[in-house]
Write a protein that binds this ligand. Structure first.
Ligand code: ADE
Length: 236
């Protein structure tokens, strides 16, 4: 999979994309990440990427032409063959979910535009953006952290990134429920023992305990997920 990230701050990505799982995916060819500074596509002397909004109001708006040129050069022009699926990160987008990550992980080419300032000229969205995604109901200073979250959630689903693919599938949320608590050595920590059942060696009982914990936790903390899980069960 090839992901192109269009940003004014490509250096922000060095840390998260240069270590651990994501780097492994890049090293073994499961994932290619291309960082594009769309300021390089501004044509004026000052390399301007933003301007005051028509109609007044505060803040600055990202101009359409530099982004259009950057997208057409790196993601493909609208209508061209093999063009990337273009995502724009914004608080006004559809909420990002595990299901959406799974769908995106099947695509060969994705481009992500990181927004900034008061937003992006609507005509660029209308002409070039396939999907607007929000990572939650809060406002970040820009779309970079949202792009990182999307790339991370998608990358770990690609074969060759995690190493342990069963892990990705069984994870919390991927199954529709929160994950049961986990324990490792020592057997007693500050007087707190590991639940007996986990030391029993009885695989079926351990699995039943985890399923029960998982259901209880989801019911208590995420009634929305629990309801969706019940509805899905009822439909089956
Ligand atoms: N840009 C600013 N806030 C954002 C959010 N919550 N999700 C995606 N992009 C954003």
């Amino acid at each position: 999979m090839r992901i192109t990230v269009l940003t004014l701050f490509p250096n922000w990505f060095d840390g998260p994309f240069g270590e651990s799982m994501i780097q492994r995916g890049r090293d073994n060819g499961a994932l290619e990440i291309e960082l594009v500074n769309f300021r390089d596509f501004a044509t004026d002397r000052h390399r301007t990427v933003d301007d005051a909004p028509y109609g007044g109001g505060g803040g600055m708006v990202l101009k359409a032409p530099p982004l259009a040129a950057a997208l057409d050069a790196t993601a493909g022009a609208p209508g061209s063959e093999g063009r990337a699926h273009v995502i724009y990160t914004s608080p006004a987008g559809a909420p990002f979910t595990q299901r959406r990550a799974e769908e995106l992980a099947k695509l060969p080419r994705v481009a992500i535009i990181c927004g900034h300032y008061e937003g992006l000229d609507q005509r660029l969205i209308d002409s070039r953006v396939d999907e607007e995604i929000s990572i939650g109901d809060y406002v970040l200073t820009g779309g970079e952290i949202a792009a990182m979250a999307i790339v991370d959630a998608v990358a770990r689903l690609l074969p060759g990134v995690l190493g342990n693919e069963a892990g990705a599938r069984d994870d919390s949320i991927a199954t529709g429920l929160l994950e049961a608590p986990q324990y490792t050595r020592p057997e007693v920590f500050e007087g707190r023992p590991v639940p007996d059942i986990l030391l029993s060696g009885h695989h079926a009982k351990v699995a039943a305990w985890r399923a029960r914990q998982s259901e209880q936790l989801t019911r208590q903390r995420r009634p929305d997920l629990w309801q969706a899980h019940q509805d899905a069960k009822f439909r089956k």
